[in-house]
Structure formats: C-alpha cells, structure tokens
Design a protein around this ligand. Sequence first.
Ligand SMILES: Nc1ncnc2c1ncn2[C@@H]1O[C@H](COP(=O)(O)OP(=O)(O)OP(=O)(O)O)[C@@H](O)[C@H]1O
Ligand SMILES: [Mg+2]
Length: 433
Amino acid sequence: MSSLVESALEALSGPALVLDDQLKIVTATPAAVELLGVDVPIGVAAVRVLCGSGPKRPVAEALAAGQAVQTVVAHPGREKRRIGVRTIPIGPVRARTGWVLLLEELPEIDSDGAVLFHGMWTQDAGMKEMFRVIEKVARSDTTVLVRGETGAGKELVAQAIHALSRRAKGPFVAINCAALPAALLESELFGHARGAFTGAVRDVQGHVELASGGTLFLDEVAELPLEVQAKLLRVLETRTVLPVGARKPVPIDVRFVSATHRALRREVEAGRFRGDLMYRLRVIPIFLPPLRARPGDVALLAQQLLREARQRGDTEIAQISPEALRMLEAHDWPGNVRELRNALAYAFALATGSVLLPSDLPPEIRTRSGEEMPPEPPRTFTRQSDDPEAEKILRALERAGGSRERAAKSLGMSRVTLWRRMRDLGLKPGRPR
Ligand SMILES: Nc1ncnc2c1ncn2[C@@H]1O[C@H](COP(=O)(O)OP(=O)(O)OP(=O)(O)O)[C@@H](O)[C@H]1O
Ligand SMILES: [Mg+2]
C-alpha cells in the first residue's frame, strides 16, 4: 500500500492495521507501529501479534467468525499496557476481502502500583500517602477528622483507623449527625435516663457509651446543631458523658473519628460551628481527595468492580470497551466512588453483550463525556459565593436541567436540604426557563 493511503488511513483513524482475507498483516500505519512498539511483521497473521498467550482470544475469535468486535487486548511488548481493538470487516459476509483493525492506546493500569487498603483500591500517590498517615495515627487514641466529598470513602477511612488500632476488637459505632433533629440526636448520642421525657421508660445508653472500648464515628459532624456541639465538647473535655435527664456523668473510653464534606473552618467563620470544638475534633486532619483528582483510579476501580461483579456472577460483561472507559474517565464524578459503583452496577445489569459499550452506561455519564458533550446549558442560578459546594450544586442543577428535585437526588440530599444549602450559599434563581 502506498504511503499516501497509509497516511490517509492514519489521518482518519489513527493507529490501524490492514489485514488480507487470510488475516495476515498487509500494512500498519506509522502510529500503529509506534503503539505496538515492536516491528510489525508484514505478512504474519495478526493474531500472533494481538492475541498474546492468554486463554481468552477475542480478536482471534472475532476474525475467525468473520465478525466485527470491539475489545481490549494485552500489549504484545509491555505487560502493563493494554490496547483497544476494533475489527472492521471489508466486503460481504461470505466474501471478506480483508479487515481493518483500529487500535487505541488505553490508559496504563499499573497493577504493581495498585493497592488495596482496607477495602480501598487506589494507585494514586496521594491516597497511598494518606494510607501511611492512617497507619500511623491509628496506633494512638488521637481524635481524627476526615474531610472529603460525598461518596469518596470517608467511612472506609474511619473503619480503617478503627481496624488498625488497639481498639479493633471493640465496637465501631457510627452515627450520622445530619439525620436527626437536635433533641433526638442528643439522646441518641448521650443516652437518657428513665423518666427523662415522656416515653423514656428505662435508662438507655447513647452511642458514645455503646462505643466504649472502641471507636465512635461522627459522620457529617458539621451538621451538628449548636446546642449539641456544646455538649459534645464537654464530653471530649471531661471524658465523661451525661445522659439526658441523668444526674451522674458516666466515664467513657472512646476514640472519636469524625467526617465532613465541608471546610469546618468556614463553618466556624460563619458561626455555624464552635471553634473550640473544631480544634478538639481536628487534632489530626485527613483529607480524602475526590475521585476526579485521582487520575487512573477510575479505570482501576472500574476493572476491580467488574472483576468483583463477575465473581459474584452478577454480569456477563467480560471487558470494558475503550470508548466506555474514556467516557468514565471524562466524567467528573460528583458522587465519587459511590456514583461510579452505581453507574457500573447499572451497566453490568443492563448490558447485553460481553463488552461494556458507551450505550450501556447511564445517560448522565454518556452525555457528559468527550466529543458528545452537549452545549453547556445556560446557568439558571446566580451565586454570590465561591464555596466549592456552590459549584457542586450548580453543576448538579445544570445536569438536572434545573430540576431541584433531581439535583437533590443526585447530590444525595433531600429537596429541603438542597433548598437550605442554596439559601445559605446565596444561590438565587436567575433567568427562569
Ligand atoms: N477506594 C475505594 N475502593 C473501593 N471502594 C470504595 C473506595 N472508596 C469508596 N468506596 C466505596 O464507595 C462507597 C462510598 O464510600 P463511603 O460510604 O466510605 O463514602 P463517604 O465519603 O462516607 O460518603 P458520604 O459522604 O456520602 O457518607 C462505598 O460503597 C465504599 O465501599
Ligand atoms: Mg459516609
């Protein structure tokens, strides 16, 4: 083939191989040569180059069956790399005159670099550094505050701290401070004495006491009502707890780990959180980066979650197509690992073929990616705050086409909470649609 035709092919589709009807390589574009990194042997069967020695030979099978396929194969020269392959038959079914194989370089999965730490997969250097911090702080009883976006794994971090501590055999008790109104939260946390209020027919231990000998995880600690904050501060200072309606404080032996998606300092500045309590809770601050800030983790997690789903027998999918992987990597994951898990569970359950294609992904991920991204919808809210949370809410509203109900759902909060946060952040309805 003339080099002009090769260049034309490359201009159209990048790295590509052309095979004859015997599946022998006729030509390779310069980009294909570079991608394969080996001398592409002209005249040799393509399967020798692209199928490796693994038990699964998707390209060989597709070519033998005369079918178009889209798949992922191991790089022939470099172990950790993979290549996306799309086979395009030339000519009618019974009289194939040849094939075009479109190749694509996929992001590297460094399986040596990937680690699993107490349920958390990562290959990100910042995350690994955080694991080392966790290992160190776990040994002492120091109070830890984990900050990270929703779904980023704050609870896993808290559980890891517990599991690595000398309290591992004791209980791990979690309480969500955003879930209950002040009065109920107080009695949930600190317990109550018999007769403390109508219906209090017996003494009830609170979560602080229930965590005795173990770890108490205060989730969404920034949402603690101010009056409960005062009481929690006293618990931390005196290492005793006074159940509602009780006379005598009870000594406690508890390690406190809290988590929030907010910057506590800002909450203190805004008068919503006590500064003295912040210093007590944040002796060791741990920052958990959002998924979008850990390049490589999306692909790694997707592959790991696929492997787990296959082991459970939850999916027929064997591979994730390069396009689908690229879409996953282009998404900004406001709901972090939880959102990725849900998106993949959706795709694993609904996909019909053995390769996960972009069309199998949930619509909100499909529409956000790469070239297929629709024009930015006009903003319907104006803001007076550059709080990162404001940005998150605006993005969720945009994605939901301005529907607060759907935006609230995607953010994992109630409509009322969303409304309240928008008010607090100064997000005002702008141009109506
Ligand atoms: N690095 C990771 N590897 C594998 N799974 C993870 C990882 N990080 C989080 N997950 C999973 O993602 C989900 C969300 O994690 P988790 O509940 O710890 O997040 P969170 O930060 O506490 O969220 P929220 O703010 O909504 O409470 C869980 O199913 C968890 O197992
Ligand atoms: Mg949580």
